[in-house]
Ligand binder design. Structure first.
Ligand code: NAD
Length: 284
């Protein structure tokens, strides 16, 4: 029987633990606060931001929402981030990506205080992940590791193949699998023999951004398949990067879309925010 890995269930389990931590901090008169900045009207970003706000509310985290118009300048955004950097009520700062094209994403990410960088996109935090000495892990790859742990899927010595090499998902995903003693291969748009490499995977992670890209013939029987993709399919519904219907007949365990990695990402954001609050109050 193929195990359908339930991201809703696992994220609920994690969020319950986080909720208790938030309540315990409150007992010490410490409120946990997350600032969420959104620039423009990207419909997907609006949904993500609304889900993050909802999670904050569920867990007792105070969310400070900043919805800025599409024509916001770099200077205006930097000014807001500087203000939030020095605001003691704000433990975490999240600037929802992608930003409108006229804004300098690198400049904006680099301006966030690394101690408040709960997305772990700042170069300082990225570097710390590389050397395995980190405070924050990027939410999506960390969510995948949490899922594997929850399901008692051991990564040690497994052949792990990650399809995708973005800074947000593919690269940190590969690094976390490596930290967990996997033997890791990263594939990307220029990879040759993709199918053969994927078929060598005990754990296959798809982060491509192409609907149903990973087909059953690319999967080794019994492999664990993690689908990070969130795509809008022809029928308007959400689907992943994996052809779930057919791959589930080959895999030993697989994540669905929706209800897989997505909810984990939000839970890990909440976890990072609580870590930030603890660091700000106890690690001075
Ligand atoms: P991206 O576009 O930055 O990167 C896609 C990667 O796929 C690239 O590195 C590219 O080399 C690779 N790729 C493209 N075509 C390929 C091909 N034909 N063969 C092999 N590799 C190929 O995307 P991203 O930001 O890494 O996101 C990937 C997917 O994950 C998207 O669907 C995105 O919506 C989703 N996502 C989900 C979450 C979540 O919370 N579940 C979070 C972030 C991103």
């Amino acid at each position: 029987m193929t195990k359908i890995i339930n991201g809703k269930e696992i994220s609920a389990y994690l969020k319950n633990k986080i909720k208790d931590e938030v309540a315990a901090l409150k007992q010490n008169n410490i409120n946990v606060g997350l600032a969420v900045i959104m620039v423009g009207n990207n419909p997907a970003s609006k949904v993500y931001v609304a889900n993050k706000e909802k999670a904050c509310e569920q867990l007792g985290i105070i969310s400070y929402k900043y919805e800025l118009p599409e024509d916001t300048t770099n200077e205006q955004l930097l000014e807001l981030i500087q203000k939030l950097n020095s605001d003691n009520n704000v433990n975490g700062i999240l600037c929802q990506l992608p930003l409108p094209n006229h804004l300098d994403e690198k400049l904006i990410i680099n301006s966030i205080n690394p101690e408040k960088d709960v997305d772990a996109f700042h170069p300082q935090n990225v570097g710390k992940i590389m050397i395995g000495d980190y405070d924050y892990l990027p939410c999506t790859p960390a969510g995948v590791i949490e899922m594997l742990n929850y399901e008692n899927i051991d990564i040690t010595s497994k052949n792990c193949v990650v399809i995708g090499r973005s800074n947000i998902v593919g690269k940190p995903m590969a690094m976390l699998l490596l930290h967990n003693n996997g033997t890791v291969t990263i594939c990307h748009s220029k990879t040759k023999n993709l199918k053969e490499i994927c078929r060598s995977a005990d754990i296959l992670v798809a982060a491509i951004g192409k609907p149903r890209f990973v087909t059953a013939d690319m999967v080794k029987p019994g492999a664990v398949v993690i689908d990070v993709g969130i795509n809008r399919c022809e029928d308007g519904k959400l689907c992943g990067d994996v052809d779930f219907e057919n791959v589930q007949n080959v895999a030993s365990a697989i994540t669905p879309v929706p209800g897989g990695v997505g909810p984990m990402t939000i839970a890990l954001l909440m976890k990072n925010t609580v870590t930030a609050a603890k660091k700000m109050n106890f690690n001075k």
